[in-house]
Ligand binder design. Structure first.
Ligand code: KIV
Length: 291
């Protein structure tokens, strides 16, 4: 895509100098291949969750590489106590919004609980809906070898897959809660084996959630595809966080692995409280704010 624009800093763009202050922009869309190349070039991959057009556009302006439409939206936005109730319809709805807000980022949409469980054909049909209707470029699937048929079916259909190992929230009941996975040698070996399996099956990257740092390091070294860590230490090839966590928007205190860069919840509440009080006292609107 070619865009003629003013000279300014724009992310992921190759620019061709035209005159002193006008530049012809060649807008570069980030692809799965770019993500793979980043590992080769030892460039860290920046991933954040996005659930709507507003945040997607802000994140793109901040040069985030991958927008993950995570099924965490069920807990962060929709008031569910886990990701389990999130439906394919929810995911398509939010993926559509993210793709409206983003032009250049790679959009990865989560396959919600219950899709893979209905077999490989249903998995491919659902992934195609996330891509064709939602505008996703790739899908994310939780689990390893137990999803072999589904992952192979997606690979045969040419659909890019991001894996997800370690703490897989859709299996929170089976895992006995939101806790670090792979602390025991036997569990660590299973995660490592699953990671190698996912790479062989054609996944282009793997999220490693809440696993010991050294395990994540070992896996990241063994794989050619990038690992994206969340609570998995700094040796992963990229990092992901839930955006609302890093912005301090949640009601509850965050997990240890989250770095809270601000406390937007406090700021937002203060502003809303001021509005409430101004309306009640008659201070809003004033003459300037009226016609
Ligand atoms: O659903 C989600 O947001 C995720 C990330 C936290 C990795 O799976």
């Amino acid at each position: 895509m070619l865009i003629c624009g003013r000279k300014e800093k724009r992310p992921k763009i190759d620019s061709l100098y035209l005159t002193s202050n006008v530049v012809l922009w060649i807008v570069m869309k980030l692809t799965v291949k770019d993500i793979l190349d980043k590992k080769k070039k030892k460039e860290k991959i920046v991933v954040l969750t996005a659930y709507d057009a507003l945040f997607a556009s802000l994140q793109e302006e901040c040069d985030v590489d991958v927008l993950l439409v995570g099924d965490s939206l069920g807990m962060v936005l929709l008031g569910h106590s886990s990701t389990v109730p999130v439906t394919l319809r929810d995911m398509i709805h939010h993926t559509k919004a993210v793709s409206r807000g983003s032009k250049n980022s790679l959009i990865v949409a989560d396959m919600p609980y219950g899709v893979c469980e209905q077999g490989p054909e249903h998995t491919v049909r659902s992934a195609l809906r996330l891509i064709k209707e939602g505008g996703a470029h790739a899908v994310k699937i939780e689990g390893g070898q137990e999803k072999k048929k589904q992952i192979q079916a997606l690979a045969e259909a040419g659909i890019p897959v991001m894996g997800h190992l370690g703490l897989t929230p859709q299996s929170v009941e089976k895992l006995g809660g939101y806790r670090v996975q792979g602390k025991q040698a036997k569990d660590a070996a299973k995660i490592e084996k699953d990671a190698l399996f996912l790479e062989k099956a054609g996944a282009f990257s793997i999220v490693l959630e809440c696993v010991p740092r050294l395990l994540a390091k070992r896996i990241s070294k063994k794989l050619k595809i990038p690992t994206i860590g969340i609570g998995a230490g700094s040796d992963c090839d990229g990092q992901v966080l839930v955006t609302q966590d890093l912005l301090g928007m949640g009601e509850n205190s965050c997990y240890r692995f989250v770095r809270q860069y601000t406390n937007l919840r406090k700021t937002i509440k203060k502003s809303i409280q001021s509005y409430v009080s101004d309306v009640r006292s008659g201070k809003f609107p004033n003459a300037k704010e009226s016609f």
